[in-house]
Design a protein around this ligand. Structure first.
Ligand SMILES: [Zn+2]
Length: 345
């Protein structure tokens, strides 16, 4: 496909120079889709080629302080601009679009049901986007599940048929990978591993329970615990990891408490799901082997009959959601035209 010829040239198409013999590539349009990842503060977008290549990347502020209607309009405008850019630069408009949004998502009906941080309720995102993009098919996904899809298929999971993606950030979420898709559950709540109770009767959680995993092993929880233990209110999880690396015994204790809680939660999950690969992402995973070495040991210590999955760091960082949105769009096209084998990116 023509898309392949442009891989190394995506950064500055205005200055493309071609050797003789490339005129065919220049003249043939490049089939692509629009991918959008909507976050609480920023939106990432891309034009993605048939083989998953990022042809063009862009970012815009979400601007949630302007209210939910303005945010929706910003998303629609961003997509519209990308469609125009694709038409101009690649010779045809995007064939489909995928968008990942936070909160509660009804992917089947294309509705962004609720997002506490964006303030919206029941936004018919698929319909609105499709209307703005001249009727092309649009896929809507939940942000963590969409990022998990990308990590499993083209990131750290390396195509694993059964995986669990667990980002450790402000909270802890999860995406359950089965075959080539992510299990959303009957009501869209599957994978919420952060609210597995690992310390019964423990710390209060925003969900109404006590002792939930995310109160012990999220990046925020470790930041809080280390700020208190170190006496420095500005200290965070990254500082704790550094102190662990320099052998500070207080930091080692705080860190191990988080690792133990995380291992308890992960063992519950792997007992239930039997994944081949556990992909750990988010801010806390940036500590690298400072996290992964004790975590693998703590999980191994706890399993009895269960098979140990590979425990690996996420590979795609903050582009996972956007790449996953691109996969959703290509999957949608493949489902609509199953004989069109080129779109199996
Ligand atoms: Zn909870």
């Amino acid at each position: 496909m023509a898309g392949l010829e442009f891989v190394s040239e995506r950064n500055n198409p205005a200055q493309w120079t071609r050797p003789f013999g490339w005129s065919r590539a220049r003249l043939s349009p490049v089939r692509h889709v629009i991918a959008l990842d909507v976050g609480g503060t920023g939106m990432k977008a891309a034009l993605v080629g048939t083989d998953g290549t990022l042809l063009h990347e862009a970012r815009r502020a979400t601007g949630r302080e302007r209210g939910p209607e303005a945010v929706v309009e910003t998303i629609l405008g961003f997509a519209e601009d990308l469609r125009a850019l694709g038409q101009e630069r690649y010779g045809e408009p995007a064939a489909a679009a995928g968008v990942a949004v936070p909160g509660i998502v009804d992917a089947e009906n294309g509705i962004a049901v609720y997002a506490a941080n964006l303030g919206w309720r029941d936004v018919p995102m698929r319909e609105l986007l499709s209307a703005r993009l001249d009727g092309v098919p649009v896929a809507l996904g939940h942000d963590v599940r969409t990022g998990g899809l990308a990590e499993g298929r083209i990131g750290a999971g390396n195509g694993a048929d059964r995986f669990l993606f667990v980002p450790l950030g402000t909270g802890i979420a999860g995406a359950i990978g089965i075959g080539d898709r992510i299990e959303a559950g009957a009501h869209g709540y599957a994978g919420e591993i952060g609210h597995i109770v690992v310390r019964p009767g423990g710390t209060d959680c925003g969900c109404g329970q006590r002792g939930c995993l995310e109160r012990y092993a999220s990046a925020s929880a470790v930041s809080l615990a280390w700020a208190e233990a170190s006496g420095d209110p500005g200290a965070d999880a990254a500082d704790c990891a550094k102190a662990v690396e320099s052998g500070d015994p207080t930091a080692v204790r705080v860190w191990q408490d988080a690792v133990d809680a995380l291992a308890d939660g992960l063992v519950t999950a792997l007992t239930l799901l039997d994944p081949r690969t556990l992909i750990i992402g988010g801010g806390l995973a940036e500590a690298g082997e400072t996290l992964f070495t004790p975590l693998r040991a703590a999980v191994e210590e706890r399993v009895t009959f269960q098979k140990l999955p590979a425990i690996v760091p996420a590979a795609l960082g903050d582009t996972a959601g956007c790449l996953g949105a691109g996969l959703l769009a290509w999957d949608l096209l493949a489902a609509q035209h199953p004989t069109d084998s080129e779109v199996s990116a």
